[in-house]
Design a protein around this ligand. Structure first.
Ligand code: T1G
Length: 655
C-alpha cells in the first residue's frame, strides 16, 4: 500500500506532502510516513531545509479519532514529533484549512510556521474528553502567552490565522501560493540558521500559583462536571513547572488515562453520531429540489430566526406577515439578528449588506409565489396553521415544498389540508433558530422522497444537524422532555422540591434544571398542550396537578415574575417560593404521599429512566431511526450534557 506521505527534493529544500483524505488525520500510516521522511532528510546531506505540507482541503486535522478505540500503534505521535523537532534541518509547516489537535502539535514541533490567511488553528482535544497528547500543552506556552495558551487548550476553540500571527503561534501569513512561500521561508532559514526547537524555548510566561487557582475555579464551574478542561489546565501548569521531558511524559500519561474514560467515549460517540444521523432509505440517489428562494410565514422569534439562518446560508428569503406593520416589525427583527452576527464578527460588513439585500418582508402571501420552499412559523395552533397551508396551496408553485415549524402538532393533518400532501414536511427548528444546530425533520405519511431529500439538503445548507422524526405528539425531543418533566412532577409529589430537582440536573451537567427551563420558556405552552390532551388522557394514567395549579394562578414563569420560582424585580435567577412549596405539600397530602427526601442520584436515576423508557418507545414506534439520533436530539436541542453522550448512551446503547 503506498504511503500517504511523499517527499520531493528541489534545490536543497525537501517538501514532505501528507495526502490522507478526508482531513489528513495522523493515522498510523501517516505517522510512519512522516518519520520515514524525516529520517530520509536527516540522511540526505543535499537537503538543507524542509517544508511540511498537506494535500486536499486541509492541513492535518488531528489524530485519527477512529483509532482511539484500539490499542495505540507505533510509531506514536509524540515520538514522530520528537523526530521532526530534532531534525538536522529547519522544517517549516505550511498550514491551510484546519491545523487541529495532533495537526497543530505537528506544526508546533516544526521550527517555523506559515499559514494561509483563511486557516484555523486549534487544540480541540477537550471537546473529545482529552488533553493534547503529543506536546501541545508543552510547546504552545513556549510560543504564546499562557493566557492565550489556556484559552485555546481548555476551551478547545480554534483561532484564525490572523489571531495566530498576533499571538505568535505562526510566523507568517500567506495570501498567495502557500507552499512556494513556505519554500522561500525555508530557504531564508538556510541562511539565517535553524531556529531553536520549540520545546527548548523559554515559556513566554510562568504564572504564579494564584493564577492557576483562580483559573481552575472558573474553568471547573464552566465545565459543569466535564473533566478534560480542568485536566488541560493542569497539563499547562506542568508545562511551566516541570522539566520539559517530565512535562511531556506527564502530558502523555494524562492523555492516555483520559482516553479510556467514559466521558471521552461519550464525546467520541457524539462526534460521529452528529455527523452520521439517520437518513431515510428512500432519499438515497434522489435529487433534492432547488433551494434558491425561501419563504417564511410569520416573523415572530422563530420565523425571524429561521429567515436569518437561511439568509446567513446565502439564500434569498421572503417573509410574510399579516399586515404592513407586522411585516416591518419582522423585518427589523431579522435585521437585528444579522446585525448581532456582524457585531460578533461572524459576518463581514459586505456579507451583512449582501444578506440584507436578499431579504424582504411583505404583508401578503402572493410574495411567496416564486418560492422553492416555504416554512410556516405562526402561532402553535392547528386552526391557524391549517389556514396558512390553505393560502400557501393557493399562491405557491405546485412543486414548492411546504414546511411547518410546529414543535408537536400533527403534520399529517396539515399535509392533508393541501392539494398535494407529498410536498409537505415538518421542519422543527430550535430557538434561536440561526444558532441551534438541531433540525428535526418530520416525515409525514405522504411525503415524497424528493420532499425529504430537499429537507436534508436544507439542513446541510444551513449547517444544521438533521434528525429524522416520525409524526407523533412532540416528535422526538419534546416527547421525551414531556415524559421526564412529568416524572419530575411526580418526584415533587413524593418529597422533593423544584430546587432539589434543578440542582440534581445541574450537578449531572445540565446548564439549567427542568423547572428553571420551564420558567424561562413559559408554563402556558405546556399547559395548553395538557388541556388539549385532557380529553384523551387514559383515566388510569398518573397525572400531577401541581403545574396546572400554578398556571391557574397565572404563574407562567419569568414573564409573569412567578412560576416554579419567584422573580423579584425582573431578576433572571428565580428564588424558591413558599407559595409553590405550599401547593406541592397540599398535592402530596391530597394524594396521600408521606414525603421523603431525595438524593441527587435518586432524582437523576428517575429522570434518566423516564427519558430512556420514552426513548425506547420512540424507537419501537419507528419515530426515530436509531438510538444515537435520539442522543443527538437531546444533546443539541435539550441541553443534555454532551460529555454524557445522551440518554441512550448513558443506558448503554451503542449504534
Ligand atoms: N479523525 C477521523 N476522522 C475525522 C477526523 C479525525 N480527527 N476529523 C474529521 N473526520 C472525518 C469526519 O468523520 C467526516 O467523515 C469527514 O472527516 C469530514 O468531517 C494527539 C489525540 C476537521 C473541522 O478533534 O473538527 O488530535 O462522515 O464532516 O465540517 O493530541 O472534521 O465524511 O466519513 O466534520 O469540513 C483532534 C475533528 C483529534 C478535529 C472538518 N482533532 N474534526 O469539518 O467536515 S484528537 C479534532 C473536525 C488529537 C492529539 C489528539 C472537523 C473539521 P465522513 P466533517 P467539516
Amino acid at each position: 500500500m503506498t504511503s500517504p506521505v511523499s517527499i520531493s527534493v528541489d534545490g536543497g529544500v525537501a517538501t514532505v506532502l501528507i495526502d490522507n483524505p478526508p482531513v489528513n488525520a495522523t493515522s498510523q500510516a501517516v505517522r510512519q510516513g512522516i518519520l520515514d521522511a524525516i529520517r530520509e532528510i536527516d540522511a540526505n546531506d543535499t537537503v538543507q531545509a524542509a517544508v511540511l505540507a498537506c494535500a486536499g482541503r486541509t492541513f492535518v486535522a488531528g489524530a485519527d479519532i477512529r483509532e482511539f478505540g484500539k490499542p495505540p500503534e507505533e510509531p506514536h505521535l509524540p515520538d514522530v514529533l520528537q523526530a521532526v523537532e530534532t531534525a538536522r534541518v529547519p522544517v517549516v509547516a505550511a498550514i491551510h484549512g484546519s491545523a487541529l489537535g495532533g495537526g497543530l502539535e505537528l506544526a508546533l514541533a516544526c521550527h517555523a510556521r506559515i499559514a494561509d490567511g483563511k486557516a484555523k488553528l486549534g487544540l480541540p482535544e477537550v471537546t473529545l474528553g482529552l488533553v493534547p497528547g503529543a506536546g501541545g500543552t508543552v510547546r504552545l506556552p513556549r510560543l504564546v502567552a499562557m493566557e492565550n495558551a489556556m484559552e485555546m487548550v481548555t476551551g478547545g476553540k480554534p483561532v484564525s490565522a490572523g489571531r495566530a500571527l498576533e499571538i505568535g503561534l505562526v510566523d507568517r501569513i500567506s495570501n498567495n501560493d502557500l507552499v512556494s512561500e513556505a519554500r522561500a521561508y525555508a530557504e531564508e532559514l538556510i541562511q539565517s540558521g535553524k531556529p531553536e526547537p520549540t520545546s527548548a524555548r523559554t515559556p513566554r510566561d510562568r504564572p504564579d500559583a494564584s493564577f492557576w487557582t483562580e483559573k481552575e475555579k472558573r474553568i471547573a464551574a464552566k465545565a459543569r462536571g466535564q473533566q478534560s478542561p480542568v485536566e488541560a489546565l493542569h497539563a499547562l501548569r506542568d508545562s511551566v513547572t516541570l522539566p520539559v521531558a517530565d512535562a511531556l511524559t506527564a502530558e502523555r500519561a494524562r492523555f492516555l488515562r483520559l482516553r479510556d474514560t467514559e466521558q471521552a467515549a461519550a464525546l467520541r460517540y457524539m462526534f460521529f453520531a452528529e455527523r452520521n444521523t439517520g437518513r431515510p432509505a428512500e432519499i438515497e440517489n434522489v435529487e433534492p429540489l432547488g433551494l434558491g428562494v425561501a419563504g417564511v410565514v410569520g416573523g415572530g422569534t422563530m420565523g425571524a430566526g429561521i429567515a436569518a439562518a437561511m439568509l446567513l446560508a446565502g439564500m434569498t428569503v421572503v417573509l410574510t406577515e399579516r399586515d404592513a406593520a407586522a411585516a416591518e416589525t419582522a423585518r427589523e427583527r431579522v435585521a437585528g439578528i444579522l446585525d448581532g452576527s456582524r457585531k460578533r464578527g461572524l459576518l463581514s460588513d459586505a456579507a451583512w449588506k449582501d444578506a440584507l439585500s436578499r431579504f424582504s418582508a411583505q404583508d401578503n402571501y402572493n410574495a411567496l409565489s416564486a418560492a422553492d420552499l416555504v416554512i410556516e412559523a405562526v402561532f402553535e395552533d392547528m386552526g391557524v396553521k391549517r389556514e396558512v397551508f390553505t393560502e400557501l396551496d393557493r399562491v405557491c408553485r405546485a412543486d414548492a415544498i411546504l414546511a411547518s415549524n410546529t414543535s408537536y402538532l400533527d403534520v399529517n393533518e396539515l399535509a392533508n389540508a393541501t392539494k398535494d400532501p407529498s410536498r409537505v414536511v415538518g421542519l422543527h427548528f430550535f430557538s434561536p433558530a440561526h444558532i441551534m444546530k438541531l433540525l428535526e425533520i418530520v416525515r409525514t405519511d405522504a411525503a415524497a422522497p424528493a420532499t425529504l431529500a430537499t429537507a436534508f439538503a436544507l439542513a446541510k445548507k444551513l449547517r444544521k444537524i438533521p434528525v429524522l422524526a416520525g409524526v407523533c405528539d412532540g416528535f422526538i425531543g419534546n416527547r421525551i422532555m414531556a415524559a421526564y418533566r412529568r416524572e419530575c412532577d411526580f418526584i415533587l409529589e413524593e418529597g422533593a422540591l423544584p430546587q432539589d430537582v434543578d440542582a440534581a440536573m445541574r450537578d449531572y451537567g445540565f446548564a439549567m434544571g427542568i423547572y428553571a427551563v420551564q420558567d424561562m420558556a413559559g408554563l402556558d405552552i405546556a399547559w395548553a398542550m395538557r388541556k388539549r390532551r385532557a380529553a384523551t388522557r387514559p383515566a388510569d394514567e398518573r397525572y400531577s396537578r401541581i403545574a396546572d395549579r400554578l398556571c391557574e394562578l397565572g404563574r407562567f414563569g419569568r414573564k409573569t415574575a412567578a412560576g416554579w420560582y419567584a422573580y423579584a424585580d425582573g431578576a433572571k435567577a428565580g428564588q424558591p417560593d413558599p407559595a409553590v412549596e405550599k401547593i406541592i405539600l397540599e398535592e402530596s397530602a391530597r394524594l396521600g404521599f408521606t414525603r421523603k427526601p431525595f438524593t441527587a442520584e435518586e432524582i437523576m436515576e428517575r429522570i434518566l429512566a423516564s427519558m430512556q423508557a420514552e426513548a425506547r418507545a420512540v424507537l419501537d414506534e419507528g419515530i426515530a431511526l436509531k438510538p444515537s439520533d435520539i442522543d443527538v436530539a437531546m444533546v443539541h436541542g435539550y441541553g443534555f450534557p454532551r460529555f454524557r453522550g445522551g440518554p441512550m448512551f448513558a443506558a448503554g446503547y451503542r449504534d
